[in-house]
Design a protein around this ligand. Structure first.
Ligand code: SAJ
Length: 435
């Protein structure tokens, strides 16, 4: 079975770059998404994520006939040999997996399914979703049998928006499939879009587990760094200096403390594994403890603001507290699950006047936070009583401390990224607290 045409269902931060990668590799690709406006934009040769995929790329692949777009998922499936599912897998308000995107995408795919096609799930899930959710929907709708009538595989996305080093064409892909025949077909297909090896595993669940533990491990390690920061704050030593010293040991793995863990991966994926474990009668302890610490860090930031202002005989009430950066990580315009939102809530609870400035995140995204949004750094710091460095954007790396000293009303700083030189800040009369 040779794959020549591929349909990508879900054209977000993962799906669109994946569609482009397969089209660049010579496949006939149909990008499918239920969002009509997205399809209209893409079909007119414009990118929906220009900061990652340029308009010119979409336009040239579209003109070459290698890449087209549709909202008609069943028809796209009928016209394809392989179907890749790259839809979001969030958690709900109780931190349980929300699989509705996968379910609705699979229901649409099933309407167009036929013999001999390959279905691959790429979204991050718990071990079992491909065979317990995707497979039954297709088999019940079509009467086809996975393995004998159609192929089923899991190949986790490892796409890292903005990461120039770990690009789609430069990363190992893990693939698990329903049987060896379809494993070979799926692996061959993925081998066309990466220069790195395709790592085949013995089952779909193994591949699903590999992905979910990647981010679980990272979140948990960051949680340890954050717990160390809480301990060393009480001892009165600098956590980062301690970590740098420990890192001189050959197998110490470095993670840094911060204001908490944001993004659509790390604060979400561990809950998928926790859910499945609990379903099977085991209640994880370490994974959830790491999550709790990471989520607590925003409260810790607020307590540092309180401590700093109190040392300057100011109360939080009516103090102007500036948060530099809304996005969850440096130099990206992404405020999903950002700790900054929790910090704002904590400041408002203490009746502080919160102001935020982020050079990258769209102001519209922050309107619902119910705080003042500054257009410039100068506007943000003017008259401030406390300045929090939250996002590790390059713009905040070299703050002009003299300008800061002359602009603020009270000289207190809470630096969650160790961007500000402590000596330089103290020389200008700032009280600087750092995570
Ligand atoms: N963070 C810390 N301390 C650290 C590292 C990160 O507090 O030492 C915080 C960041 O500020 C951020 C959060 O954790 O709020 C997540 O940061 P991240 O660097 O893990 O970035 P993400 O969320 O974009 O993670 C993605 C993931 N990629 C995929 O799922 C394909 C993750 O697996 C990657 O390791 C990571 O990118 C990466 O390498 O950049």
């Amino acid at each position: 079975m040779k794959i020549e045409s591929i349909c990508i269902v879900g054209l977000g931060y993962v799906g669109l770059p994946t569609a482009v990668a397969f089209a660049d590799a010579g496949f006939n690709v149909i990008g499918a998404d239920v969002a009509e406006n997205k399809i209209t934009t893409l079909s007119s040769g414009r990118s929906t994520i220009p900061e990652i995929i340029a308009d010119e790329k979409i336009d040239s692949l579209g003109s070459s006939g290698k890449l087209s777009f549709t909202a008609d998922v069943p028809q796209a499936v009928r016209d394809s040999d392989a179907i890749l599912i790259t839809v979001p897998t969030p958690v709900d308000s109780s931190k349980n997996p929300d699989l509705h995107y996968i379910e609705s995408a699979t229901e649409s795919i099933a309407k167009g399914m036929g013999n001999g096609k390959l279905v691959v799930l790429e979204s991050t899930v718990y071990p079992g979703v491909t065979e317990e959710v995707v497979q039954p929907i297709i088999e019940k709708t079509t009467g086809l049998k996975a393995g004998s009538d159609f192929g089923l595989a899991y190949c986790p996305e490892r796409y890292n928006p903005g990461d120039e080093e770990h690009t789609i064409e430069n990363m190992t892909r893990v693939v698990g499939a329903i049987n060896d025949e379809w494993l070979a077909v799926a692996s061959e297909m993925y081998s066309k879009i990466t220069k790195q090896p395709v790592h085949m595993v013995s089952s779909i669940k193994t591949a699903e587990a590999a992905k979910v533990i990647e981010n679980t491990q990272r979140d948990l390690n960051i949680g340890l760094a954050n717990e160390l920061a809480l301990i060393f704050d009480k001892i009165g030593i600098d956590t980062r200096e301690v970590i740098r010293a420990a890192a001189t040991k050959w197998n110490f793995h470095v993670y840094w403390p911060g204001p908490g863990v944001g993004g659509h991966c790390l604060p979400v994926d561990p809950y998928y594994l926790v859910y499945k474990a609990r379903q099977l009668g085991y209640s994880p302890k370490i994974i959830t403890a790491g999550r709790e610490i990471n989520d607590y860090m925003a409260n810790f930031v607020v307590s540092l603001v309180d401590r700093a202002l109190n040392e300057k005989e100011k109360s939080m009430k009516n103090s102007r507290v500036v948060i530099l950066g809304a996005s969850y990580k440096g130099n990206v315009a992404d405020a999903r699950e950002t700790p900054a939102k929790r910090i704002v809530a904590g400041l408002k609870e203490k009746d502080a006047e919160a102001i935020i400035y982020d050079p990258l995140v769209e102001k519209e995204e922050l309107q619902s936070w119910g705080i003042k949004i500054a257009d410039t750094l100068d506007e943000a710091i003017s008259g401030a009583d406390c300045v929090i460095v939250h996002s590790d954007h390059d713009e905040f790396k070299n703050l002009d401390l003299d300008k800061l000293a002359s602009s603020v009303r009270t000289k207190t700083l809470v630096d969650t990224r160790a961007f500000i030189d402590q000596k330089a800040a103290q020389e200008r009369g700032f009280l600087l607290l750092r995570i």
